[in-house]
Ligand binder design. Structure first.
Ligand SMILES: Cc1cc2nc3c(=O)[nH]c(=O)nc-3n(C[C@H](O)[C@H](O)[C@H](O)COP(=O)(O)OP(=O)(O)OC[C@H]3O[C@@H](n4cnc5c(N)ncnc54)[C@H](O)[C@@H]3O)c2cc1C
Length: 309
């Protein structure tokens, strides 16, 4: 029987692991399919306090994991497949095995949204990608025109990153201004290698027959006029879906699947806590996820302390 199982090894899960480990709870921490979480897909993180020169995303989460392990956290390469959180103890299915636990911290983050247009799925990893920092430097994208879809901070970050590799980066956005923070939007629009394509949506990715991206069909949403942009890559940056399907109908969540805590990190189910991007549609930052992980761990520890009395 586990005292605490933490689902996820992003900033939220690893911070919860550090705190619960230091409280001598020997947490079992599951990596899921993305050990280290979303931060492993970025290069330099410049806004995590304590690193005045910035820090590589992978290095940051690797350090977090080491710090948690130093105090007794057990990080396991495994995926939570099912959870019966209404039972006491909580029953989890992890890679086919049943694990019982007194408490659970959900820190499963959020995954990328898809456009849902013809050609997108067929050409995934053949020019269609959801992470510029993972794939932007691939030879197939070098000195080629590239397209980014989106208008938020992520889309701007992706577009700016891709200017290092592509000959031109087209930023296709549904509106006539960016949703991103002002500083990010200004930096993006003023970049000589970025061409905004306003009021437009990508409606098809070509060419499935050639088994690689050669262009995208773009529709102007105001005039309905269609045009083609020749490109070697399509980078989709239109937001995220919280990874909370496993808990639907049991843990309170909003219509998009973001978990709504009762108070702080405390969910509607006793002994189940939540932290990070899977319950945060607003901030979605490494430091906020880490802070939520800390809060979840402290409340989890208090819950177990109260149970012991
Ligand atoms: C390109 C990019 C750049 C970014 N740059 C910055 C930046 O500079 N500064 C900043 O503060 N933030 C940045 N962010 C945001 C930051 O990465 C996230 O806010 C942060 O990673 C959220 O942490 P998290 O722990 O909530 O979730 P995640 O990091 O998404 O981690 C979720 C974890 O849950 C695991 N998981 C999911 N489902 C299961 C399951 N069923 N079983 C087991 N495990 C599961 C996953 O494998 C993963 O380990 C960036 C994000 C992106 C995409």
């Amino acid at each position: 029987m586990e005292k605490v199982v933490i689902v996820g090894t992003g900033c939220a899960g690893l911070t919860a692991a550090l705190y619960t480990a230091r409280a001598n709870l020997k947490p079992l921490v599951l990596t899921g399919r993305q050990p280290g979480g979303l931060l492993t897909t970025t290069s330099t993180v410049e806004n995590f306090p304590g690193f005045p020169e910035g820090v590589d995303g992978c290095e940051l989460v690797t350090r977090m994991q080491k710090q948690a392990e130093r105090f007794g956290a057990r990080v396991q390469f495994g995926t939570l497949e099912a959870a019966n959180v209404k039972e006491t103890p909580i029953h989890l299915t992890i890679d086919g095995e049943i694990v019982k636990t007194e408490t659970l911290i959900i820190a499963t983050g959020a995954s990328h949204k898809h456009l849902g247009v013809p050609g997108e799925h067929e050409l995934e990893n053949k020019g269609v990608t959801y992470c510029a920092t993972c794939d932007g430097a691939l030879p197939m994208f070098r000195n080629q025109p590239l397209v980014v879809v989106g208008g938020g901070d992520s889309a701007c970050e992706e577009a700016l990153y891709l200017t290092r590799f592509g000959s031109m980066v087209y930023l296709v956005h549904r509106r006539d201004s960016l949703r991103a923070s002002r500083i990010m939007a200004e930096r993006t629009i003023s970049h000589p290698k970025i061409t905004p394509v306003w009021d437009s949506a990508v409606t098809e990715v070509l060419d499935v027959k050639q088994d690689k991206v050669t262009s995208v069909r773009v529709k102007n949403l105001k005039t309905n006029a269609e045009s083609m942009i020749a490109c070697a890559g399509l980078f989709v940056a239109i937001g995220h879906v919280p990874s909370t399907d496993l808990f639907k109908g049991v843990i309170d969540m909003d219509e998009s699947g973001y978990i709504i805590p009762k108070k702080g990190p405390v969910t509607n189910v006793p002994g189940v806590f939540v932290a990070g991007d899977c319950s945060d549609r607003v901030y979605r930052q490494a430091i906020t996820a880490a802070g939520m992980g800390c809060a979840a761990a402290i409340d989890c520890e208090r819950f177990l302390g109260a149970e012991d009395k």
